[in-house]
Write a protein that binds this ligand. Structure first.
Ligand SMILES: Cc1cc2nc3c(=O)[nH]c(=O)nc-3n(C[C@H](O)[C@H](O)[C@H](O)COP(=O)(O)OP(=O)(O)OC[C@H]3O[C@@H](n4cnc5c(N)ncnc54)[C@H](O)[C@@H]3O)c2cc1C
Length: 511
C-alpha cells in the first residue's frame, strides 16, 4: 500500500496551511487530498480567482466548485425560504470563494477558549500566529501586525468605496460611533465604525491555493491529489490509531493509502461527515444509519454560525455598485457581558430600482445546530440544521440591530438621500422569519476541549479523543464562536497543527 508520513484531508483555509507548512521539512512526506479539483496551473488561470474591482464572488457562482449544501429547517421557523450553505470544493477550499474580509477574533474570544481548558489558545498565545500569516500593507510595521507573511492584507480608501459605504460610515459617525482605522486592533471591538481589512492583492483572493499551496507545490515531498473524495479514515480502534485513509478516485474507484498521521481538515461540514462515516460520532445516531460506532463522541453537534438578515431601503443615490463593496463595518455597543451584540455592513442592491441594503448579523448565535450523515455512502446528502431563528435570545439581538438600522436611516446623511425603509410596514419577527440567512461563518462541529468534557471531541492538541495520531484542524474545532469572520482563525489553526507535528509546539505528535 502506498504510504505517506502525513495525510491531510481537505485543501482549504486550514488544510492548505498545515500541509504546506509541514513540507518545509524535507524529511516529512505529505499527501494532500481534496474532493474538488486542484489547479496546478492556477497562475495561468488567475482570473478565475479574481475578486473584481467591485466585488464579484465569481468562484462561489460556479456550481462545480461548491458542495451545494442547504439548511434543513426542522423547527419550521424560517418561512420555508431556502438557505444556501456555500462551501468551496477546490484546492484552497472556502478561502478561494469567500468575501476576503481579513478579520481576527476579539482577544476575549480566545481567552474564553483557553478558560474552557484549552491551554495555549488564549489571545497572547495566538497573536504571534496572526502576525505570521499576514503581510499587512497598512499597519505591517506595528507590533501587533505582520509584514512578511504570505497573505497580503489591505483596507480600501474612502474615495474608492461604493456610495452606500460612504453614507453608512458618515451616518455611524453622526450616531456617535468612534472611527477605528484598524478593525483588527484588539481594542476596536464595540461602538466603532471602520474600513474592513481584505486579503486581496491585485484583485486576486489571497486564499491558500495562491499563497501557501503555491509556495509548497514544487517540493518533492509534497503530493496533491484533487478529485479525491475521502470516504473514511482507516482505523485500528483497539490501538487508538488511524492507519490511513480511503478515498474515491475520479473514476469512482476506492483507493487506500497508509499514513503515520492523519489530519482531517475537511471543514465544518466535511470533517464531521468523514469522522461519522468512520464510526467516530454519537453512537445512537450512527447506529440509526447502520454505521458501527468505534468512538462515541459528539461529532457533528454544536454547529454554530453568524446568522444574518438583510434589511432593504430605497435611496437611488446609494444603490450603485460602482466602487468597493463590503468596505465598511459597524460594531455595536457592549451588552451585559461586555461584548458587542451585533454587526452591520451596507451593500447596494439594484441601481435601476434604486435600492440598497443593510446586512445585520449576530456575532453569537445561542442556538446550536447539527450536521449528520444519512448513510455510510460518501455521496449521500447529509442533514444540516443550523437552528436559525429558534431562540428568543437570538431574536433579541437581531431586534437591537434592526432598531439601530432604523436610527441610521433617520440620520441627516441618509435623509439627505431620501432613504426609506422597505421593512417599516411589517413586524420585525416576520422580516426575520422571511429573511434570516447565513453569514457563512459556520464552526464548532468537533468542539475542542479536555477529554473529561463530554461536549468535546478533540483535545487542545487537536487529537480526536482516544486517538494518538488522528487530528482535526479546521473551523470545526472552535470551542465557541468568535465575534468576527472566521478565515484567518482557520489559517492560524493550520499553523498550530503543523507545529504540533514538526516539534515546535509542546504536546504534539513525534513522527
Ligand atoms: C461565500 C462565503 C464568504 C465568506 N466570507 C468570508 C470572509 O470574507 N472572511 C472570513 O474570514 N471568512 C469568510 N468566510 C468563511 C471562511 O472562508 C471559512 O470559515 C473558512 O474558509 C473555513 O476554512 P476550513 O479550513 O475550515 O474549511 P474549507 O476552507 O472549506 O476547507 C475544507 C476543504 O475540505 C474539502 N473536503 C471536504 N470534504 C472532503 C472530503 N470528503 N474529501 C476530500 N476533501 C474534502 C473541501 O472541498 C475544502 O476544500 C466565507 C465563507 C463563504 C462560504
Amino acid at each position: 500500500m502506498e504510504h505517506f508520513n502525513v495525510i491531510v484531508i481537505g485543501a482549504g483555509s486550514s488544510g492548505g496551511v498545515v500541509a504546506a507548512r509541514l513540507t518545509e521539512n524535507p524529511d516529512i512526506s505529505v499527501l494532500l487530498l481534496e474532493a474538488g479539483p486542484d489547479f496546478p496551473d492556477e497562475e495561468a488561470v488567475l482570473p478565475l480567482f479574481a475578486v473584481s474591482g467591485e466585488h464579484s464572488w465569481r468562484v462561489a457562482g460556479v456550481p462545480e466548485l461548491d458542495w451545494r449544501y442547504w439548511n434543513t429547517d426542522t423547527a419550521k421557523v424560517t418561512s420555508g425560504h431556502p438557505i444556501r450553505l456555500a462551501r468551496g470544493k477546490l484546492s484552497g477550499g472556502t478561502s478561494m470563494v469567500n468575501a476576503t474580509i481579513a478579520a481576527r477574533g476579539a482577544p476575549n474570544d480566545y481567552n474564553r477558549w483557553a478558560s474552557m481548558g484549552n491551554l495555549g489558545w488564549a489571545w497572547d498565545d495566538l497573536l504571534p500566529y496572526f502576525i505570521r500569516i499576514e503581510n499587512d500593507l497598512d499597519f505591517g510595521g506595528q507590533p501587533i501586525h505582520g509584514s512578511s507573511g504570505p497573505i497580503a492584507v489591505q483596507r480600501y480608501k474612502p474615495e474608492t468605496w461604493a456610495a452606500v459605504n460612504r453614507a453608512f460610515y458618515d451616518g455611524c459617525v453622526q450616531l456617535g460611533f468612534e472611527e477605528a482605522p484598524d478593525l483588527n486592533a484588539p481594542d476596536a471591538q464595540t461602538d466603532v465604525v471602520g474600513a474592513l481589512a481584505h486579503n486581496r492583492y491585485k484583485e486576486i483572493r489571497q486564499g491558500t491555493l495562491v499563497t501557501y499551496i503555491r509556495a509548497a507545490r514544487p517540493r518533492p515531498n509534497f503530493t496533491i491529489r484533487g478529485n479525491a473524495n475521502v470516504d473514511r479514515i482507516l482505523l485500528d480502534s483497539a490501538a487508538g490509531r488511524a492507519t490511513g485513509v480511503r478515498y474515491i478516485d475520479p473514476h469512482g474507484q476506492p483507493v487506500e493509502i497508509a499514513a503515520d498521521v492523519v489530519i482531517v481538515s475537511a471543514g465544518v461540514y466535511g470533517t464531521p461527515l468523514i469522522l461519522q462515516r468512520s464510526g467516530i460520532g454519537p453512537a445512537d445516531e450512527l447506529q440509526a444509519v447502520g454505521v458501527q460506532a468505534v468512538a462515541d463522541l459528539p461529532v457533528g453537534h454544536h454547529l454554530l454560525d453568524h446568522p444574518g438578515c438583510a434589511l432593504t431601503f430605497v435611496a437611488p443615490a446609494l444603490s450603485g455598485s460602482t466602487g468597493r463593496l463590503f468596505a465598511t463595518n459597524v460594531r455595536g455597543p457592549a451588552g451585559a457581558n461586555g461584548e458587542m451584540e451585533w454587526q452591520v455592513h451596507p451593500f447596494p442592491i439594484d441601481e435601476e430600482v434604486g435600492t440598497a441594503g443593510l446586512w445585520i448579523y449576530l456575532p453569537r448565535q445561542d442556538a446550536e445546530g447539527f450536521v449528520r450523515i444519512t448513510s455510510a455512502d460518501p455521496d449521500a446528502a447529509p442533514i444540516i440544521d443550523h437552528a436559525y431563528n429558534t431562540l428568543d435570545s437570538d431574536y433579541r439581538r437581531f431586534k437591537l440591530a434592526y432598531d439601530f438600522c432604523n436610527e441610521l436611516l433617520a440620520t441627516p446623511i441618509f435623509q439627505q438621500h431620501g432613504a426609506k425603509s422597505q421593512m417599516a410596514d411589517r413586524p420585525f419577527a416576520e422580516v426575520l422569519r422571511n429573511g434570516i440567512n447565513s453569514a457563512n461563518h459556520q464552526v464548532g462541529t468537533c468542539k475542542m476541549g479536555p477529554a473529561d468534557d463530554p461536549t468535546t471531541a478533540v483535545s487542545p492538541n487537536l487529537l480526536v479523543h482516544g486517538f494518538s495520531n488522528l487530528m482535526v484542524a479546521d473551523a470545526s474545532i472552535y470551542p465557541e464562536h468568535i465575534l468576527h469572520n472566521t478565515n484567518f482563525t482557520c489559517m492560524v489553526i493550520g499553523e498550530i497543527a503543523a507545529e504540533l507535528i514538526n516539534g515546535q509546539r509542546a504536546g504534539g505528535i513525534r513522527l
